[in-house]
Design a protein around this ligand. Sequence first.
Ligand code: FE2
Ligand code: FE2
Length: 306
Amino acid sequence: MIKEFKAGTKIDRILLVRLQKIGNSSNGAAFARGLAEDNSGCIPFICFEAGTVDKLRAVTAPKPFRITGAVDINKFAGDMSLQLIVQKIQEVLPSDDVSHLMPKGDFDLEECEEKLQTQIGKIKDKGIRELVAYVLSGETYRQFKVNPAGMRLHHAYVGGLLQHSVAVAELAEAIAEKTKGANKDLILAGALLHDVGKLKEISSEMGFPYTTEGRLLGHITMTAIIVNEAAARFDNIDDIVLQQLLHIIVSHHGEQEKGSPIACATKESFIVHYADEIDAIMNQFKENGEPAAWEFNKMLQRFIYS
Ligand SMILES: [Fe+2]
Ligand SMILES: [Fe+2]
């Protein structure tokens, strides 16, 4: 496991390769660098072997390879961090086990599925309830159970989107109960659907790469399109109710500077936004019972004690 790598460790194992750059060093020799990953973590790699660099040129999406190399301290990093010096890469064989590359969340999928159905069942408005059930059905639901909620920053593991969506709905529901006049139906529907466009933004393939559609439109726009198109099949949803639901979706990042085309303007949208933020932040803290330690967190851009 990458988590156990130490300076001097010799490597001959299958890791996921995420290529970042191919270039020439000052002496003209070609090099490749990027990240090597398994489900315990990731380590930067560098490669100066001409033949291997050539093979890496063809890598356009995250891809598993059998890597031969050694772990060393990166003298240029300044913080004694480790890097992997890659000597050789080989294609993975169909008989190779690559299950250690898919990140797994520490949660009960079946329990989460039950909670999702319970949350949908709590939506009193028939039209909205049917809309949510319709969006989260069939092929979309199959993907919803396996996709991550983020490529790297939060819930970046199999089933992460389902777990995150249910957690946001539960948190938002708890806030709604303490808030006078908040429309619980809209809050539950908005929370359960807010990130559904991530199914199209992030592929469930190895390494969770962004799709072209995802890069071009982003999950907020894609979620709004999915929900709006689905709503066209129902004639029992009020226009203004649908607009408020779409508002929750497009404003769920809170502010325009954070990627929402419009800032929160309703009670319900603020509630879903803060529930979303709380769940994404809480997911940064590890729950594996290991003693707390300071570590730099990429999403929060600060050290956290976790
Ligand atoms: Fe989001
Ligand atoms: Fe979210």
